[in-house]
Design a protein around this ligand. Structure first.
Ligand SMILES: Nc1nc2c(c(=O)[nH]1)N[C@H]1C(S)=C(S)[C@@H](COP(=O)(O)O)O[C@H]1N2
Ligand SMILES: [Mo]
Length: 357
């Protein structure tokens, strides 16, 4: 196989992984791709596993450069980065929560540097074409256009990703003003292309499906008893944050106190103030997982990007169950699939229930 064929094989596989990786990580890409996300995730995870195994297992065949071309230092680094991405990717896929939270940072960091290298490599090398006499020749028009297109896409994406990668790597340093205000390690997802700006004074939690529908202020909710939970937060896309404290009102205690009869209403439906996101839990799941109506994270009010003023927090279940900007709870006799469940994610979202297939 020629160098060029081999090179294109890598370019296509790497391109696929970079694009699907950005889609999993960046809230803006995620909301743009919406229903395609489960498919994107399968491609990223399986593509990454197959590519990584091929790189390591048959490295002479998949080695990105043949011996006669020498081994430019950049290419060697690219190989090193790919192997690190594969190893940390496996940590995300199969590890327990503590390896996942380390792998989150490592994967993000190496991906960031690798993408910058890919962009550099593209702009410098792609515009070179080879003429009949096998003499390389720079195609300047193509080069200029490519520079702008690649430059714009990569710069925008990297600019969006870098602050949150930095917050993951550097702990609490960049806590304010970057990562959209979210705590280090968290990726503040939204499906509406923005974070609802909710004022506490006008916000109410509406409880529907009980004979007397009622609205609650946060102060009123707090009279039902306050609890703190240390939990490990995990998103199906791989990132994880360990040992984070949430403060809130125990959902089951609250619902029982307002007259919930699980026999009549075995399902609880949740609605976000973003107008789109929804979730549901069964009575059994609620008594087993003890979700919180959480208003604090790390002893501070929730950041706007993380659900201010109130979110659901379901310990032991993937992050997508923990609906943000909660405004309405409905006691229901039947289930209605939540936002991501309609798109193929498991309803009973305990850790391990979603393996990308
Ligand atoms: N309203 C709303 N709630 C949401 C989401 C969302 O997009 N919109 N994303 C969910 C997903 S997939 C995850 S992993 C977590 C992310 O929580 P964070 O924003 O605190 O990082 O929020 C969950 N709750
Ligand atoms: Mo998620």
């Amino acid at each position: 196989m020629s160098f060029s064929q081999r090179h294109w094989r890598h370019a296509i596989l790497v391109g696929l992984l970079v694009i699907t990786g950005f889609s999993l990580y960046l809230a803006s890409w995620r909301s743009a791709l919406g229903p395609l996300m489960p498919a994107v995730q399968i491609v990223h995870e399986w593509g990454g596993v197959v590519y990584g195994v091929a790189l390591i297992g048959w490295s002479m065949r998949f080695y990105p450069w043949p011996r006669e071309h020498g081994s430019p230092p950049f290419t060697k680094w690219a190989f090193f980065f790919l192997v690190m991405l594969f190893v940390s990717g496996m940590g995300l896929l199969v590890g327990p929560s503590w390896t996942r939270s380390i792998a989150t940072v490592v994967h993000g960091l190496f991906a960031g540097i690798f993408v910058i290298w890919v962009a550099y490599h593209l702009v410098v090398h792609w515009p070179v074409s080879v003429n009949k006499n096998r003499q390389p020749r720079i195609n300047f028009a193509r080069r200029r256009m490519l520079r702008w297109v690649v430059g714009a896409v990569v710069t925008a994406s990297v600019l969006e990703a870098v602050p949150s990668v930095l917050t993951m790597v550097s702990g609490r340093v960049f806590q304010k003003g970057s990562n959209n205000g979210a705590l280090p390690g968290f990726v503040p997802y939204t499906v509406v292309g923005g974070y609802p700006n909710i004022a506490l004074e006008t916000w109410r939690l509406t409880v529907d499906g009980v004979p007397d529908r009622k609205d609650y202020t946060l102060e009123q909710l707090m009279t039902f008893g306050i609890e703190r939970r240390h939990i490990n937060f995990q998103c199906v896309t791989g990132w994880a944050v360990d040992g984070i404290e949430f403060t809130g009102i125990d959902l089951e205690n609250f619902l029982s106190a307002v007259g919930w009869q699980p026999v009549d209403h075995p399902w609880i439906l949740f609605y976000s103030g973003d107008g789109v996101y929804t979730e549901s839990l069964s009575a059994d799941q609620i008594s087993q997982y003890r979700p919180l109506l959480a208003y604090q994270i790390d002893s501070r009010p929730l950041p706007q990007s993380q659900g201010y003023p109130l979110r659901l927090l379901v310990p032991g279940m993937y992050g997508y169950k923990s609906i943000k900007w909660l405004v309405r709870i409905e006691l229901a006799s039947h289930d209605v699939l939540g936002f991501w469940e309609q798109r193929g994610y498991p309803e009973n979202a305990y850790f391990g229930s979603y393996m990308g297939v």
